[in-house]
Design a protein around this ligand. Structure first.
Ligand SMILES: NC(=O)c1ccc[n+]([C@@H]2O[C@H](COP(=O)([O-])OP(=O)(O)OC[C@H]3O[C@@H](n4cnc5c(N)ncnc54)[C@H](O)[C@@H]3O)[C@@H](O)[C@H]2O)c1
Length: 416
């Protein structure tokens, strides 16, 4: 087991961070919040060593986030014997190199989605992690929203009946400005696909976690703004707008869609659906949402109203249509954060839940963390959508051994 147990029974874990951008900051805050939100775990993460190629971000990690050491070479973090677990928050291009190196260094890691630029990258990281026997966790944070956990449970208990169809979207306006920065996200060699890997991967992960494995995909891609002003690596964020900047080519998709079928040999057999993502949409800002329809009821959720679950149960009776249910202790990890119903959780809290699940798994507890096998199963769906967008054909998604998404066959759904 990683870490050090004190004479008071506290497990101390040294944390290494690779890349101090938006996600690097959030992972750091999440580790610091774990003992506050979950004191009963007796886990104390200690921020030990942070790396970023941008020296000012290394300084920020040391002086503001509180890391004891800083470096511009991520290898220093992996070689540090005081580092027990590593957060990998680098751009997609680096996930493969750093993920494999972390596994080879014997460090368990929490890596950001979509784990590489494509399924080949994700598979390489998965193989290295399996060979080294390290624990992995993936940044698919929307799974941890209390309302999402509740919908998953309703489906697993059969309360929505047989699931017939889903409609899921991630409509995010971060690049709706034509002068929005050409960050690494718009370059094929740095990011892989565009909205497909960046945004639809979240939708795919949610649907495989909440409903079941996706087996067949028909995809569609389009690019709306073909040039944007260049933003150097390590500056600003992908929300930046640059006036009169030098233009560069957008090399991947702004919009992605997929028709999907859920696996015939799974509890979601027979279910079909539509998935969509856009990074240039005008209106929705962080509109990650889904509707799940069953023969006995339906449920709907959108991140922009993260603390509201819309639920319809039964085909007849006096209460037809959706009822809105506010966050409460019956939903996922809600009670760890708030003592009463109707108080809200936010985006950063989802990262705290993610950090908790990772550290519990690392210290030999319950395995409720998302895994690299599940990230590979998501990447295979994305790869099938990309291939289908080229040839216009339906593509079958290969099964990834070990990618269970926590589903237990005997309890999920009622598709008999
Ligand atoms: N889970 C989510 O909801 C979510 C949200 C945003 C981003 N992400 C993912 O997180 C990852 C990072 O995204 P971000 O928005 O934080 O990016 P960002 O651009 O804010 O930060 C990336 C950082 O990596 C640094 N970097 C570049 N090359 C490096 C190297 N060789 N070694 C160390 N650091 C290096 C940059 O200087 C920068 O500070 C991506 O994979 C992205 O898809 C996930």
């Amino acid at each position: 087991m990683a870490g050090h147990i004190t004479d008071k029974g506290i497990t101390e874990l040294g944390v290494g961070l690779i890349s101090v951008g938006w996600m690097g900051k959030l992972h750091s805050r999440a580790y610091q919040a774990v003992p506050v939100v979950y004191p009963e775990l007796n886990i104390r993460p200690r921020l030990v060593h942070a790396a970023d190629t941008a020296p000012d971000r290394v300084e920020y990690a040391r002086n503001v986030l509180g890391y004891a050491k800083g470096t511009t070479d991520y290898r220093d973090v992996l070689a540090d014997p005081e580092v027990d677990v590593v957060s990998i928050c680098a751009p997609n291009l680096l996930h493969r190199e750093i993920g494999v190196a972390a596994a080879e260094a014997g460090k368990s890691f929490w890596i950001e989605k979509p784990v590489g630029r494509d399924a080949v990258d994700t598979a390489a990281v998965a193989a290295a992690a399996a060979a080294a026997g390290v624990t992995t966790s993936i940044g698919y944070n929307y799974r941890h929203a209390p309302a999402v956990e509740r919908i998953r449970e309703l489906i697993a208990n059969g309360e929505l009946g047989r699931i017939t169809n889903v409609r899921a979207v991630f409509f995010n306006g971060y690049a709706s400005e034509p002068n929005g920065a050409l960050s690494w996200r718009f370059k094929k060699d740095l990011a892989g696909s565009g909205a497909l890997g960046d945004l639809l991967s979240h939708v795919v992960d949610l649907m495989q976690y909440v409903v079941g494995p996706i087996s067949d995909v028909n995809g569609l891609l389009s690019t709306v703004h073909r040039q944007r002003p260049i933003l150097p690596m390590g500056q600003a964020t992908h929300f930046a707008v640059i006036e009169d900047g030098e233009l560069g080519e957008v090399e991947n998709d702004d919009y992605a869609a997929a028709l999907v079928r859920f696996a015939a040999d799974s509890p979601a057999a027979g279910a079909v659906g539509t998935l969509e993502a856009s990074r240039v949409i005008v209106g929705p800002q962080c509109g990650l949402g889904f509707e799940v329809y069953g023969t006995e009821g339906s449920a709907s959720w959108n991140f922009e109203q993260m603390n509201e679950l819309k639920l319809a149960l039964g085909r007849t009776g006096p209460n037809q249509g959706y009822t809105t249910i506010l966050g409460n202790a019956s939903q996922g990890e809600y009670a760890a954060f708030q003592p009463g119903p109707g108080n809200s959780l936010g985006y950063d809290d989802l990262k705290v839940v993610e950090a908790k699940k990772f550290l519990v798994a690392v210290t030999g507890g319950e395995q409720r963390n998302s895994t690299i096998e599940e990230a590979l199963a998501d990447a295979e769906v994305i790869a099938a959508a990309a291939a289908s967008a080229v040839d216009g054909q339906w593509h079958h998604v290969p099964t990834v051994p070990g990618a269970t998404f926590g589903h237990r066959r005997e309890t999920v759904g009622s598709n008999a």
